[in-house]
Design a protein around this ligand. Structure first.
Ligand code: AMP
Length: 193
């Protein structure tokens, strides 16, 4: 089993890569953002609880996120690994993820990080709002807040990933196809180790 994290700020293109990578490598794609948006769409208790936080561009509590992750991991069968997208976003989330995987005899095999300048992120999110109708992408103030939240609470993880090794950075400015090829290369070379 191989487990990966696709990492980067909002709008970096993590989701696009995650969809094609999970298909190619039979990975269970776990996007915490997608799961939370589904909860909101279905008007569940959890959805109602997290809606205002997502609308503001701030993080949902670690406790809620970790419960979701634990449950998805537990109920996923038949995959060759997990691909975490938009998770972990805090140091505690990463620590708990490692604990959960260790219990199953697994680990995070690699972290693939997409690096994109802020201007490009903002433009992308505002245009994605029109295509996908995501409310948290449509408002420039919320978009800025999400980037700020990333810088403050999520970016410090890079230090931890770097020290751990198997941390790969790519420019998210490249085309989806080029980055996909580069990530496949990383994964394929890991597998031969
Ligand atoms: P995303 O689609 O990954 O950009 O996530 C959309 C929103 O969902 C974020 O702005 C957060 O409010 C919330 N969210 C998604 N994943 C997490 C996470 N791992 N930890 C905390 N909040 C999250």
């Amino acid at each position: 089993m191989k487990n990966f994290i696709i990492f980067g700020p909002p709008g970096a293109g993590k989701g696009s890569q995650a969809v094609i990578l999970s298909k190619k490598y039979n990975l269970k794609h776990i996007s915490t953002g997608d799961i939370l948006r589904d909860e909101i769409k279905n008007r569940t208790k959890l959805g109602l609880k997290v809606k205002s936080l997502i609308d503001e561009g701030v993080l949902v509590s670690d406790h809620i996120i970790l419960e979701i992750i634990e449950s998805v991991i537990k109920h996923s069968k038949g995959y060759s690994g997990f691909l975490f997208d938009g998770f972990p976003r805090t140091e505690n989330q990463f620590t708990q993820l490692k604990r959960m995987l260790e219990k199953l005899g697994h680990r995070v095999d690699a972290v693939i990080s997409l690096v994109v300048e802020e201007e490009v992120l903002i433009k992308r999110m505002l245009s994605r709002a029109q295509i996908e109708g995501r409310e948290d992408d449509a408002n420039p103030i919320v978009v800025k807040k999400r980037i700020e939240t990333y810088r403050e609470q999520t970016e410090p993880l890079i230090d931890i990933f770097t020290k751990r090794g198997n941390y790969f950075t790519l420019t998210g400015n490249d085309t989806i196809e080029n980055n996909f090829k580069k990530i496949c290369n990383i994964i394929d070379n890991l597998e031969t180790k």
